[in-house]
Design a protein around this ligand. Structure first.
Ligand code: UGA
Length: 423
């Protein structure tokens, strides 16, 4: 099929590349002309494992084209996906101005047999309001919702091996046509109405945020009672009703999705007069998680003021260069506010807020403490003998439970895990 994808951000690039892999021809519309020029030259603006290779192959096979004019991008497309930014507005609601203005622009050219599909996370009711925008302009194109469930760092794999594909359609035939695009993928396809599809996305992200926040609370309780949270959570996960995923204790959730979508779901529920104290508590407990780590780090140093702290990790999680709402940066910020000097290191991500160096050992130079804030596998293999040699202090505070405690201890360092008895 011929597909257009509007918005060459992270979701748009993965969606386009994935669809070309399934044999479809995709035109990616992007308003930023510099980005279009970069993409045409094979330069990919984000770091996402496997994405560059997929895009390169699609360009070579004449399956992927780039356009800075949206009207040109959608010409001849059977299905048009909107993968546009929906930043949080001041009230927590997603700001839909870009999505709506592009829908209005496309209404001038879309024909009744074309299908316009929202892909990026949009508030419940968006498909309905986009349909109204189109109809007001006399455009009879179909409107659907097909939320994305890609996680950064594994997005290409998530596309290829999704658990489920959710399509919200006003008309069954429209749903079937969008479903046909995904032939060849193993995920279960569920066709429902647009409002339900839109809610699936918020409910899923809020549930995952709740689950990992619960794991963090169990991890904190484990610290207090002397239990080993890793074993407690592993044992919980062995119950098939619970399952093992998203029970990894850490510094709380970050990224562009969970913080935004939990706040947005609260906004949606407030809008319909429904109280959701459970979700409010999740958000508050998540904030507490980082304050607790900041306080514990300060306490271990006898106060953070005047101390030098190396924070390993800048990205909000491993395998991405995304620093939005990054727990690593927030922890660094909290300790800097308490008077510590911060140096960070990360294989991919950067921030303007603190000095960032490439080499973890260099970051550890003269540091009183190293905090492992992002779970990059590279950190596991760091030379801890050298780290011990260059540090001023000896504490390694691993808030991801990433490192091998024995390897760190063997270098003469003091290893502090999260949710586990002090080793
Ligand atoms: C998340 C969802 O997992 C995707 O399904 C969804 O499509 C995406 O949001 C989105 O809405 O676009 P993402 O934000 O990329 O994906 O990252 P996750 O892997 O879900 O991690 C979110 C946060 O939870 C990270 O800060 C991560 O470190 C943390 N986390 C995750 C834990 O602390 N413990 C865990 O066990 C799992």
């Amino acid at each position: 099929m011929n597909v257009a994808v509007i918005g060459a951000g992270y979701v748009g690039l993965v969606q386009s590349a994935g669809l070309t892999h399934l044999g479809h021809t995709v035109t990616l519309g992007e308003a930023n002309a510099d980005r279009v020029a970069d993409l045409r030259a094979g330069r990919i603006p984000i770091f996402e494992p496997g994405l560059a290779e997929l895009i390169e192959r699609a360009i070579e096979n004449d399956l992927l084209f780039f356009e800075s004019d949206n009207h040109a991008a959608v010409r001849g497309a059977d299905v048009i996906f909107l993968t546009l930014p929906t930043p949080p507005g001041a009230d927590g609601h997603a700001d839909l101005r870009i999505v709506k203005s592009v829908a209005a622009e496309l209404a001038e050219v879309l024909t009744p047999d074309q299908l316009l599909v929202t892909k990026s996370t949009v508030p419940v009711g968006t498909a309905e309001s986009l349909r109204s925008i189109l109809r007001e302009k006399g455009c009879e194109a179909g409107v659907l919702s097909n939320p994305e469930f890609l996680a950064e760092g594994t997005a290409v794999d998530d596309f290829m091996r999704s658990d489920r594909i959710v399509i919200g359609a006003f008309e069954q035939d429209h749903g079937d046509r969008v479903a046909a695009l995904y032939t060849g993928l193993e995920g279960e396809i569920l066709i429902t109405d647009p409002v339900s599809a839109e809610l699936v996305k918020y409910a899923s992200n809020a549930y995952l945020a709740t689950r990992l926040t619960f794991a963090n609370a169990i991890s904190n309780i484990s610290e207090e009672v002397g239990a080993d949270a890793v074993q407690v959570l592993e044992a919980m996960g062995l119950d098939s009703r619970i399952g093992p995923k998203f029970l990894r204790p850490g510094p709380g959730y970050g990224g562009s999705c969970f913080p935004k979508d939990t706040a947005a779901l609260l906004g949606i529920t407030a809008g319909v007069g429904y109280d959701f104290p459970l979700l409010e508590a999740v958000i508050a407990t998540d904030h507490y998680q980082r304050s607790r780590i900041i306080e514990k780090a300060g306490a271990m140093l006898g106060g953070a003021a005047g101390k030098r702290i190396a924070v390993w990790g800048v990205a909000f999680k491993a395998n991405t260069d995304d620093v939005r709402e990054s727990p690593a940066v927030r922890i660094a910020r909290g300790l800097a506010d308490a008077g510590a000097a911060i140096v960070m290191t990360d294989p991919e991500a950067r921030t303007d807020e603190f000095p960032v160096v490439d080499d973890p050992v260099l970051a550890a130079e003269n540091a009183d403490m190293v905090i492992i804030a992002t779970e990059w596998p590279e950190f596991i293999h760091a030379d801890f003998a050298k780290v011990a040699e260059v540090m001023a202090g000896d504490i390694v505070y691993d808030v991801r439970n990433l490192l091998d405690p024995e390897a760190v201890r063997a270098a003469g360092l003091t290893y502090i895990a999260i949710g586990r008895p002090t080793i």
